[in-house]
Design a protein around this ligand. Sequence first.
Ligand code: GDP
Ligand code: ZN
Length: 286
Amino acid sequence: NRYECTIRRVVRTLARNARNAVVTGDIVLFQPGDNFSGVIERVNPRKGIISRFHRRQEHIIVANVDQVLIVVSADEPPLKPNLIDRFLISAEKGKVKPVICINKVDLVDLTRMQLIAGLYGQIGYDVILVSASTGYGMPHLRNVLKGKESVFTGQSGVGKSTLLNVMQPGLLLDTSTVSEGTLKGRHTTRRAILLDLKFGGWVVDTPGIRQFGLWDVLPEEVEGYFIEFRPFVIHCQFPDCTHTHEKKCGVKQAVQNQIISEQRYYSYVKIMHDQNEMKEENRHWS
Ligand code: GDP
Ligand code: ZN
């Protein structure tokens, strides 16, 4: 049953930011009233938060997320591993488990995709290869989503809505019929919603978080989110080693010894560089 609830004042005042007092995905205790109304009395501690920062304030978009599916396409648009790495950083930062989902495998040579899957699998990430068009990998995807609260994220055009609709026809009915143009003005006020999966579980739907950004990640934080670098950082000569120009560097040594993948290393260098530029720009503006 669905109850329309108001929020007890004390719940609001206890929250550091009133806007975040109760958010989508929260598990709450409420006092039921007449006609499916109610008053929220308590909010349980949250885990797995996805938030957005706006004017240095955190806006929690959804709470208690079990996993974020990073959806990319094998082609159309072509696969950019650097983009996977950016999404992985966001997931690591939010302490939400990432699952990499490579869609449109029908368009490419499967063995090439298996290589990429292997690379990320070795680091410790789950990777699923799927095709919404042929149905390849769909049972696997269902299994991964079953009983969990999941967020789908990824560039537009990679097939997120198609995947969801193939998995459960009609799931996105409310949202897909409204064109992006008419929704635009409401993005800021619209709350995230949880879509019910018939086989158990929820998918978080909000246009806003489909592409959650990286701008609040500092350059010096980036290395910590490349989880396979961790064991090698202790071999760097300098504690503040950036693993770029320094001579005695454990990370670069590991790349040379082919323990850390070159692709991931260059991705790290690129993201560091971009975050540095962004930091400079922010300094300029503030
Ligand atoms: P979204 O922006 O991530 O939600 O992407 P859409 O679901 O709108 O899909 C973008 C385009 O990719 C559409 O034209 C889909 O028909 C197409 N597409 C989605 N999944 C597949 C797939 O597995 N294989 C192929 N070949 N095309 C797909
Ligand atoms: Zn180093």
